[in-house]
Design a protein around this ligand. Structure first.
Ligand SMILES: [Mn+2]
Length: 300
């Protein structure tokens, strides 16, 4: 297959394994970036991740399977198109409608951002379709400002917009917020697992005791919104808003494996990767995360 003729598919899968009709997993690139406040480049994330995915091994040694076969194929949709004049609310609606359409066709949807704003439409589409649902946010930031720089759809307000429509949110890895957000969390009794509590072993003496504490806080169905800055910037330096003291690969993957064993992960998004020229490991790592998580979701 010539990469010049065909759009990039996740893993470089040929039509036989990437057609939408047969595939139970569907990837939808949402290269939306409008409100970034610090480093820019999240609009380039989806393309970089899809390109990097073509270098992944199709076989996964942990699952002892080719993951794309577990889901009977993985479809990659054309990137959503956002014009320069596209208002944030319109972008949220476009993502909501696109994701809803795929859920209604029975697909498990993976939305690749783009800035965190893309999670509003993607998570609320799942909220509309699934009962008994928690929205799980892995992130360095609580994103609970009511507005930021005058914008209610800022990446820093994503979880406030989600909370207005779906109150059962669980936050993990938080290590940067303002007082307004801290007060909001206390007032609304939001289940926030701060990084300093996790690393201080507040949830038990075992290294991964926090995994069980987080899973216990979740309902049976889980939608995951994964901000790449959950990872430590030493692992993923390609971020708009990097925060030290983040999480490593092994503990994150072990958590996701356990999560899928104990809860029904109905869909997820990955957001905020801002590629750096000539630095390839961030997008490769995130592509592998997506691949692993699809495998965990579909293996029986
Ligand atoms: Mn963040």
């Amino acid at each position: 297959m010539s990469s010049h003729d065909s759009p990039i598919t996740f893993l470089g899968l040929e039509e036989q394994w990437s057609g939408l009709d047969r595939s139970q997993a569907a990837i939808i690139p949402a290269p939306y970036e409008h409100t970034t406040s610090y480093g820019k480049g999240a609009a380039l994330g989806p393309k970089a991740i899809l390109e990097a995915s073509c270098s992944l091994e199709l076989y996964d040694e942990e699952l002892d399977r080719e993951i794309y076969r577990l889901s009977n194929g993985i479809a990659t949709l054309p990137p959503l198109q956002f014009s320069d004049k596209c208002r944030d609310a319109d972008a949220v609606e476009l993502i909501f409608n696109s994701v809803s359409g795929l859920i209604n066709r029975g697909k498990k949807v993976v939305c690749i951002g783009g800035e965190h704003t893309i999670a509003i439409g993607a998570s609320l589409a799942h909220s509309q379709s699934y009962h008994d649902l928690s929205i799980l946010q892995l992130d360095a930031h609580s994103d609970l400002r009511d507005e930021y720089e005058g914008n209610r759809y800022s990446h820093a307000s994503t979880m406030s917009r989600i909370y207005e429509k779906h109150e059962h949110i669980v936050q993990v890895g938080i290590r940067s917020q303002c007082r307004e957000e801290a007060d909001f969390i206390k007032q609304k009794k939001i289940n926030t697992f701060y990084a300093f509590d996790i690393k201080g072993r507040r949830y038990g003496s075992g290294q991964y005791a926090w995994h069980d504490a987080v899973i216990d806080a979740l309902k049976q169905n889980v939608y995951l919104t994964f901000d790449c800055d959950f990872f430590d910037p030493s692992l993923i330096p390609a971020l708009g808003t990097p925060e030290p003291g983040g999480f490593g690969w092994d503990e994150t993957i072990a958590f996701l494996r356990k999560l899928t064993l104990h809860r029904n992960v109905v869909g997820f998004d990955v957001n905020e990767l801002a590629p750096v020229p000539h630095l390839i490991h961030p997008q490769f790592t995130i592509a592998k995360l997506i691949h692993k998580l699809i495998g965990y979701m579909f293996i029986k």
